[in-house]
Design a protein around this ligand. Structure first.
Ligand SMILES: [Zn+2]
Length: 203
């Protein structure tokens, strides 16, 4: 579940968005050519410009999706576990005395399995199949593309290795911002129909 904040001419309005609705909003935004950026908390920011009919000025509108339970402190071990689950075919195994996730042969211990579920980083369906939540996937994406360094020296670097140099630091930062938007767009476009279906199936 996400908090949804829509900024419009009259101010802003708040609501909540289910996972499926959040995905729909991001897809629709891409179709309209809006900028979508994943956040490290596992949310997304959608921004677009439009011309104000009264003043003729261009104004920025936005929809910000904040997870009700943000993804925080994703350490290397948690990220590795989420990556293993995301490969596919992960199952929630329930025996007489244990409950754990089997991620393609990698066993995630009971306590950590419980924590991943409590933190809403994974979702388990009625057949025991495990998937990453949209929050987890957006957070991992954003962590893969966080800016390191940059600023006034005209050089900006992304944690994925992408580097921009520009005569002015601001321009380099802006190119990196476009890079993060492009990576978010690629992620949303590459989500398989099965994932969207699994999200739609989650209650
Ligand atoms: Zn990057």
């Amino acid at each position: 579940m996400f908090h949804e904040t829509l900024t419009h001419a009259g101010g802003s309005s708040k609501g909540t968005a289910k996972e499926s609705h959040a995905l729909m909003l991001m897809r629709r935004a891409l179709n309209r050519g809006y900028a979508v950026t994943a956040t490290t908390g596992g949310g997304a920011e959608i921004r677009w410009g439009r011309i104000d009919r009264l003043t003729g000025n261009s104004v920025v509108r936005s929809i910000v999706l904040d997870p009700q339970l943000p993804a925080e402190n994703l350490d290397a071990r948690t990220r590795a576990q989420l990556a293993a689950i995301n490969v596919g075919d992960a199952r929630h195994v329930v025996t007489a005395d244990r409950r754990y996730i089997d991620a393609g042969g990698t066993e995630i211990p009971t306590g950590e399995t419980a924590r991943l579920r409590a933190r809403r980083l994974v979702a388990v369906d009625s057949k025991g199949r495990v998937r990453l939540t949209l929050v987890a996937r957006l957070a991992l994406l954003a962590l893969d593309h966080t800016q390191v360094g940059g600023g006034t020296d005209g050089l900006a670097m992304c944690s994925c290795g992408f580097t921009v140099s520009a005569p002015a630091g601001e321009a380099a930062d802006e190119t990196l911002r476009f890079h993060r938007q492009a990576m978010t767009a690629r992620f949303i476009e590459s989500l398989p129909a099965t994932y969207a279906a699994a999200i739609a199936d989650t209650h």
